[in-house]
Design a protein around this ligand. Structure first.
Ligand code: PMP
Length: 437
């Protein structure tokens, strides 16, 4: 009998196996991000350049992790390498204000329609945390509305209803009192949200991924976004777009430019910092401005929104952010990345159709999503074993992507797209051969 995908994976990746064994002795489960969980063991990478990366066993891959969506210009883009190298030699932390953080904020304000004022954090998780704090402080209302399946980082306050079954939070260890402040409702159903708000007067904010839950895996209708904007305005609830994924990718001004709908607050990460750690909250002056110190000591102590963070807007991340945003501002790179994304989606769809498998590929702009088990959405738990085998099969054929999505960069060329479609064809055949599909 022919070797299974998992057997071939084990046999051909001894270096990754050895690294993982070593990791397991000091790191729980051997991984440092839940999305790197892969059976039988994860891949260890040594180098990356442009749209490609190489593992410890010397195998080459077309990469669709794209730094979890941050690397819109691919790995080690020369302009970014130059900007970061120049800055590293000039100091990585001044413990003081500096002009690079001002320039970085100016770029964000120029590009993102809602951005009147900008404040930096180091991660998307911190950015959503700060945005929610700003909304609660401004409204004096504690409750947050979030949508089923939407991801806003790993903080306690947004851990409700991320993955099905939605009544179980995404992690153990989250206090019931925190979960009690989160009201959950499905997206694309404005009536459900209206009923939830009902006569309540304790809701301060509604947060969402504007493209739909989990990077748009469960897409949102444009009409729902419009109705939501109106409802939030009518009810004086702060509307927060979590643009950690969509920011600078859907358009230079993010999903809010793409859909033509402006939120009150926006969270940004990933592309905003050019592939280095960094994130931001931006939005209306009256909201973000609550962080500024004033002359009234009592207001400062009781009304002002406080935030610290050792590495906020450090000069290295700022230099990378400026180098990224200044290059992508005119939208030319978006045209390239979107065209590659469309070509890839069409090619993979054709493979699935020809093979007669129930898999689907879909997505917008330069993102593609894969559902191996029929139409997306619906809150059904997925069959993890199938996705692990799928990932291993793709890796065997020279493609590394998350089991459910891929991020196409502006430096993925026609060659990478063709290679990827061929790899998907072989992976589907492998899964069919062992009866997984
Ligand atoms: N919001 C969204 C929509 C995200 O996709 C992510 C991360 N993928 C986060 C927030 C959290 O960002 P970070 O990983 O930088 O904390």
């Amino acid at each position: 009998m022919a070797e299974t995908v998992t057997e071939r994976y084990r046999k051909t990746r001894p270096g990754s196996w050895a690294s993982w064994q070593r990791a397991c002795r000091v790191i729980p489960g051997g991984i440092t991000h839940d999305s790197r969980y892969l059976t039988p063991f994860p891949l260890y990478v040594t180098r990356a350049e442009g749209p490609r990366k190489w593992d410890v066993d010397g195998h080459e891959y077309v990469d669709y992790f794209g730094g979890h969506g941050a690397l819109f210009l691919g790995h080690a883009h020369p302009t970014l390498v130059e900007a970061i190298s120049r800055q590293v030699a000039r100091g990585t932390h001044y413990g003081a204000c500096h002009d690079l953080e001002v320039e970085w904020a100016e770029w964000i304000a120029r590009l993102v329609p809602s951005a009147e004022l900008v404040r930096f954090t180091m991660s998307g998780t911190e950015a959503t945390h700060l945005a929610i704090r700003l909304a609660r402080a401004a409204t004096g209302r504690p409750k947050l509305v979030k949508f089923t399946g939407h991801f806003h980082g790993w903080a306690d306050g947004v851990s409700a209803a991320v993955n099905p079954p939605y009544e179980i939070p995404m992690s153990a260890g989250i206090p019931g009192a925190v979960l009690a402040d989160v009201l959950v409702t499905p997206h694309n159903d404005i009536g459900a949200l209206e009923r939830l708000l009902g006569s309540r007067d304790d809701v301060g904010a509604v947060i969402l991924e504007p493209s739909g839950g989990q990077a748009g895996s469960d897409p949102i209708h444009h009409g729902f976004l419009k109705d939501l904007r109106q409802l939030a305005t009518d009810r004086k609830v702060v509307l927060i777009f979590d643009e950690v994924i969509t920011g600078f990718r859907y358009a230079p001004g993010g999903a809010q430019e793409y859909y033509g709908i402006t939120p009150d607050l926006t969270t940004l990460a990933k592309i905003v910092a050019g592939g280095l750690p960094g994130a931001a909250v931006c939005g209306k002056r009256e909201l973000v401005g609550r962080m500024a110190f004033g002359d009234d000591a009592k207001w400062n102590r009781t009304q002002r929104v406080a935030q610290n963070g050792t590495y906020n807007s450090n000069p290295l991340s700022a230099a990378a952010g400026i180098a990224m945003l200044s290059q992508i501002a005119d939208g030319k790179h978006h045209a390239t990345a979107n065209a590659r994304g469309a070509g890839l989606r069409a090619g993979i769809a054709e493979v699935f159709r020809t093979a007669g498998v129930p898999c689907q590929v879909y997505g917008d702009v330069s993102i593609f999503h894969v559902s191996l088990e029929g139409p997306p959405g619906g809150g059904k738990p997925k069959n993890p074993a199938l996705y692990h085998t799928w990932r291993c099969a793709l890796i065997l054929h020279g493609v590394d992507m998350s089991a459910h999505h891929g991020w196409v960069s502006a430096v993925h060329g026609e060659r990478e797209i063709e290679e990827t479609i061929a790899a998907v064809r072989r992976a589907v055949a492998d899964l069919q051969a062992e009866g997984a599909l």
